[in-house]
Structure formats: C-alpha cells, structure tokens
Design a protein around this ligand. Structure first.
Ligand code: TRP
Length: 336
C-alpha cells in the first residue's frame, strides 16, 4: 500500500462567523503548503455537530468554509477540498479508534473541559470523543503533516498516541505514520478587538470583537477604529508592547497582513498615535481581505453550484484514498 511522504491534512469547522483569526491562523497557511505538499483540506461538519447546529445554517456554513478555501487560493484541481460527512471512512475509522483510545487520555483534553464548561454532564458524547474523530481524519489518509494552531496541539498528540497504540495492539508496525504538527508562523494568534487578552472567537457576543470574512470594507474599518487600545503612542520596539494587549494585537495583525515583522511595523509607526496607525491598518486589512471576501460573497450568492461541484469532486478523490485505508483497517481488526 502506498506510503505518502508529504501529505498534509487539516480541517476547519463550519460553525459560522469565519473570522480574521481563522484566516491568518489557519487558512492562509494552508495556501502556502500547496507547492511542497499534497494537500487535503476538509470542512469538518461531523465535528461541527458535537455542539448543536441549525441544519440550514450548517449547510450554508459548510459552503462558506469551502468558499473561503477556494477564494484564499487553494487550488481544488491540484489539491483536495471536501466535507467530512461525504466520506464515510471518517466515521467508521473513528469508531474503531474509539476502541483503541483510552478514557484516561480523553480525560486530559483541555479543550473538552473548556467547551463543556461547568455542566459537563450535559455535553454530547460526540464532544468528548471529538479528538478521536480528529485522529481518524488524519489517519484515514495516513497524513504525514498537520498544520494546526497552538490550541490543537494536544489533539494532535492524541492522534499520535492512537496511531502508535493501533500499530502495537494489532502488530502492524508502521501501518499508521506518526503525523507531525506544522506549527504555523508567528502572529497566528489573533486576539479579540475588544479585549486583547482573549482569543478572537466566533462565539464572542460582541460583533466588534472580530473581523469576519463577511464584513465589507466599511465594517472592517469601523471595527478597527473602535478596537480597544490605550492612550499612549505606539512604542519604538517590540519590548514596549508588553502589558499593552490591545496595541500588541493590532501591531501583530498589521505584521501578519503585510508580511513584515512586528519590529519593522514599529520602525514605521513607533511614536505615532493610534489615530494614525488605525487608518493605516484598516486600509491594509481592506486591501488584503476584500479580494477574498468579495470572491466568497460572489460564490455564495451566485455560484453555489461551483462550490458544490468542488466538494463533490473532492469527496470522490478523498474517498479514493481513505477507502482503501479503511478496507485494510477492517482486515487488520478482523472484520469479515
Ligand atoms: N479540531 C480542529 C479545529 O477545531 C479541526 C479539525 C478537525 C482538524 N479534524 C482535523 C484539524 C484534522 C487538523 C486535522 O480547529
């Protein structure tokens, strides 16, 4: 059976409110891997339903993530874009791996504790098993590299443990490769525009906390103008940003969008007031984001057929890879 050397797998959940953090922290980095890797980018709808999703919105959000992938520059002819629920190997393999993973491992997952909150008894069983489904996603393609943000590193560790235990339990050394994390460049942690100590999040009640990929130029500029800062001018050095979460976040967003280092940004804006910096940041954000957001809007409003064709075609190609892996797993486990 073929052993890939450079196969990337990653996923984004279709839970709505795709924002600047999703773009800078994930999708943009996916684009850059296309030259060097064989890439499989998934819209993880099975993961999305671990918390309640309105069915109509789930469908629209699934198309929106696919549109974001395409508009950001992922080439659906050279690489694979698809939604998870279309390829049954994910769910099937997840069940088998649920029987490999240990409860003790899952009990250590910090994201479950955060997401389940105080009322853990009311969380879905799916939310608890979420990291095993993520392991199945990766292992179904025997992916070698997984671009993830900081918050998903623990889940990737679990995927590695599951792969190893499967190989050991069934005495198939090297069947599943150990997937390596690709930790994405600096400035990928985009913080809330209302509170620079909290991550930008789809679930923040304030719309002003995030720039979404549905915002038009006016909305982007307004949100940046209203972003929380402090009365001091920008510092001359990166060290001077310490203890100034709001300022630090805006500088890091400027750096990420422009491709400059934070030090370079401060070379240009150090000593200047936010009244100067914010309009410059708004202009940059609009210039970089609006080609993507307007193409997404066009596809969502008048070319849904294209999105659906990309997803159907991607699912077929994904199935061609995951199907044989799943078949081999069934044999290894002893299913007839
Ligand atoms: N859990 C990831 C997130 O919320 C999404 C995801 C699902 C994923 N399956 C994956 C990421 C496999 C990488 C690989 O961001």
């Amino acid at each position: 059976m073929e052993k890939p050397k450079n196969r990337v797998f990653s996923g984004v959940q279709p839970t709505g409110n795709l924002h600047l953090g999703n773009y800078l922290g994930a999708i943009r980095n996916f684009v850059g891997l296309q030259e060097t890797h064989e890439c499989i980018y998934c819209v993880v709808d099975l993961h999305a339903i671990t918390v309640w999703q309105d069915p109509k919105e789930l469908a629209a959000n699934t198309r929106e993530v696919a549109a974001a992938y395409i508009a950001a520059g992922i080439d659906p002819d050279k690489h694979i874009i698809f939604n998870q629920s279309k390829v049954s190997a994910h769910a099937e393999l997840a069940w088998i791996l649920n029987c490999v993973a240990r409860i003790g491992w899952l009990n250590r997952m910090t994201q479950f504790k955060d997401k389940a909150g105080k009322d853990r008894e009311q969380a879905s069983v799916g939310l608890y098993a979420y990291p095993v489904l993520m392991a199945a996603d990766i292992l179904a393609y025997r992916a070698t590299h997984v671009p993830v943000g900081e918050d998903q590193k623990q889940h990737l560790e679990l995927a590695r443990d599951v792969a190893q235990k499967f190989n050991n339990d069934f005495n198939v050394p090297d069947f599943f490769p150990q997937p390596e994390p690709l930790i994405m460049g600096p400035a990928t942690r985009v913080m809330s525009l209302r509170d620079g100590t909290k991550k930008m999040s789809k679930s923040d009640p304030s719309d002003y906390s995030r720039i979404t990929l549905r915002d038009d130029a006016d909305a982007i500029a307004l949100k940046i103008r209203k972003a929380q800062t402090d009365p001091d001018p920008l510092p001359e050095t990166v060290g001077g940003l310490e203890g100034r979460a709001g300022a630090s976040n805006l500088v890091s967003i400027y750096a990420a969008l422009s491709g400059l280092t934070q030090a370079d940004v401060l070379k240009e804006f150090g000593g200047k007031q936010f009244g100067v910096f914010k309009p410059a940041l708004a202009e940059l954000a609009v210039a970089k984001l609006s080609p993507i957001t307007s193409e997404m809007k066009r596809m969502m409003e008048s070319d849904q057929g294209y999105i659906d064709t990309v997803l159907a075609n991607g699912a077929e190609r994904a199935q061609a890879i995951a199907g044989p892996v799943n078949k081999r797993v069934r044999e290894i486990v002893g299913f007839i």
